[in-house]
Design a binder for this molecule. Structure first.
Ligand SMILES: Nc1ncnc2c1ncn2[C@@H]1O[C@H](COP(=O)(O)OP(=O)(O)O)[C@@H](O)[C@H]1O
Ligand SMILES: [Mg+2]
Length: 290
């Protein structure tokens, strides 16, 4: 089975920002979640894998292909949905996808129409295919972006923060679409939204400040926190004191009350145990690295 292997990948921008710092990752077939806050280096990594940007050092292989050198070979196998996916507002979905299909090498009109029609149906845009892209909602636009990324039956699909800005209904629809793709291909999904990963991904990595902080199976990562996450409602005025005293990994509002989650091997006193979630994995990993 196809595997993407990244070793020691580093990138410093001319302004001195070290966006990637010795990134090592093994990404097998299936849905892989790359989770990290804004500025973590996700888009830099995605653009590098998509052969749109050079790394300073390191190596990447996709099966037998040297990704950093054999760019044309990668591009033939690649579907990419960039974070900023601009569309021409006054062109219909159908016409635009046709145009992308021509660029992908589908020269003959007959077979091209078959592919385009099938994709429009697959991403559930068939009924609106004659509408201009400018009239599309965020979710419809992202589904169009996936259709364009699926042209040419790619074996490596990279989607960069595709759910940012989608409303909950649109996000569910988009998740379902992604979940259908994931067989026999590598899908790398970058996101800062923990739920994207818990809903979709059987493997994940957490990245921050250009470094991989953890990678592996999200379910196992949650299990490793068993018995170590403690929760307490805290009056807002006491929050600062609690943060000084304990390893607070998150604070969140539930029905107007502030709940803090603390990572500790035993009850820190006055807390109740809670079963960990992927959010706890994420925040405790970021907390440890800070
Ligand atoms: N073209 C660029 N020139 C200079 N700095 C950049 C450039 N692109 C990104 N950066 C910086 O590199 C870091 C990582 O950015 P990015 O890869 O976009 O992270 P993410 O996608 O996780 O938000 C950030 O500090 C960002 O400001
Ligand atoms: Mg980004």
């Amino acid at each position: 089975m196809l595997e993407l292997s990244i070793r020691g990948l580093s990138k410093t921008y001319p302004n001195g920002v070290r966006a990637l710092s010795g990134v090592d990752l093994d990404i097998p077939t299936g849905m892989f979640g790359l989770l990290g806050p804004n500025g973590a280096g996700k888009s830099t990594l995605m653009r590098t894998l998509a052969t749109l940007q050079e790394a300073d050092s390191g190596s990447v292989t996709l099966g037998d292909i040297n990704v950093l050198k054999q760019k044309d070979d990668v591009r033939r196998m690649l579907g990419y949905l960039p974070q900023e996916f601009g569309v021409y507002p006054r062109i219909s979905a159908d016409a635009m996808l046709n145009h992308f299909a021509v660029l992908k090498g589908l020269a003959k009109a007959g077979p091209r129409k078959e592919v385009v029609d099938a994709l429009l149906q697959r991403v559930n845009l068939w009924d609106v295919r004659k509408q201009n892209l400018g009239t599309f909602s965020g979710g419809m636009r992202q589904r169009f972006g996936i259709a364009q990324a699926l042209l040419g039956s790619p074996k490596l699909i990279i989607v960069d923060e595709p759910t940012a800005g989608l409303d909950p209904g649109e996000r569910v629809r988009f998740h379902n679409l992604l979940a259908e793709i994931g067989e026999n291909v590598i899908v790398i999904l970058s996101t800062h939204i923990v739920e994207d990963v818990s809903d979709l991904c059987s493997l994940m990595a957490i990245i921050s400040h250009g470094r991989v902080l953890m990678s592996g199976d999200p379910v196992e990562a949650i299990r490793s926190l068993e018995g170590r996450i403690w929760r307490r409602v805290v009056p807002r005025t006491e929050l600062e004191a609690i943060q000084k005293e304990h390893a607070v990994i998150s604070t969140r509002l539930v029905a107007g009350k502030t709940f803090v989650h603390v990572l500790n091997d035993t009850n820190p006193g006055g807390f109740e145990p809670v079963s960990g979630s992927l959010e706890d994995v994420y925040f405790s990993t970021l907390h440890k690295a800070a």
